[in-house]
Design a protein around this ligand. Structure first.
Ligand code: 5GP
Length: 169
């Protein structure tokens, strides 16, 4: 396996993202919506660098179809525990690949009447983009690799790696 982003690189970038989010959301009614399962490590580290009162919600999603190809049809495996109307929602995602999952979530959340909605994603893979999604807070843009680690899985394994890598064929 090739290491793409080391633990140090990831943690440094998260500190920067946390500082920016802290600045931008001061005085707002922030609700972090973590998109599970892939964002569980990212969100846990990120929120410790956001120095504001906030609520944290978890949304479980999985896409139908082959594991390594997003079909665009999203299945909710867990919904929020609180409504988000009038909240400043910040989605926290592991990776935006085709953009279909995030687009689906943004469309779905538009009906829930939040005050604002923004997206924070650790990774963006532009090579596979099918629909454009504005990523307001982005960790890293990466090349076209199927990456694993730091929350991202390969057939549900390797999520616990503290770094991000890809399998060299
Ligand atoms: P999208 O709908 O943008 O194509 O993909 C969203 C989801 O597909 C991500 O949240 C993630 O679960 C999965 N995914 C996309 N690319 C990768 C990848 O390189 N590695 C892993 N492990 N999952 C990926």
């Amino acid at each position: 396996m090739e290491v793409l982003l080391s633990e140090e690189q990831i943690q440094q970038r998260i500190r920067e993202l946390g500082a920016q989010i802290t600045k931008d959301y001061a005085g707002k009614d922030l609700t972090i919506v973590a998109v599970l399962k892939g964002s569980f490590l990212f969100v846990a580290d990120l929120v410790r660098h956001i120095h504001l009162p906030m609520e944290i919600e978890f949304l479980g999603v999985s896409s139908y179809g082959e594991r390594t190809h997003t079909s665009g049809v999203v299945k909710f495996t867990q919904d929020l525990s609180q409504p988000v109307n009038d909240k400043d929602v910040l989605f926290v995602e592991d990776i935006v690949d085709t953009g279909l999952t995030m687009k689906y979530l943004l469309d779905n959340f538009a009906t829930r009447m939040p005050k604002s909605v923004k997206v924070c994603s650790l990774l963006y893979k532009p090579s596979n983009c099918k629909v454009h999604v504005d990523i307001h807070y982005l960790g890293f843009t990466i090349e076209d690799h199927f990456v694993i680690g730091y929350g991202l899985d390969l057939a549900e394994k390797y999520r616990n790696l503290p770094y991000i890598g890809y399998v060299v064929k």
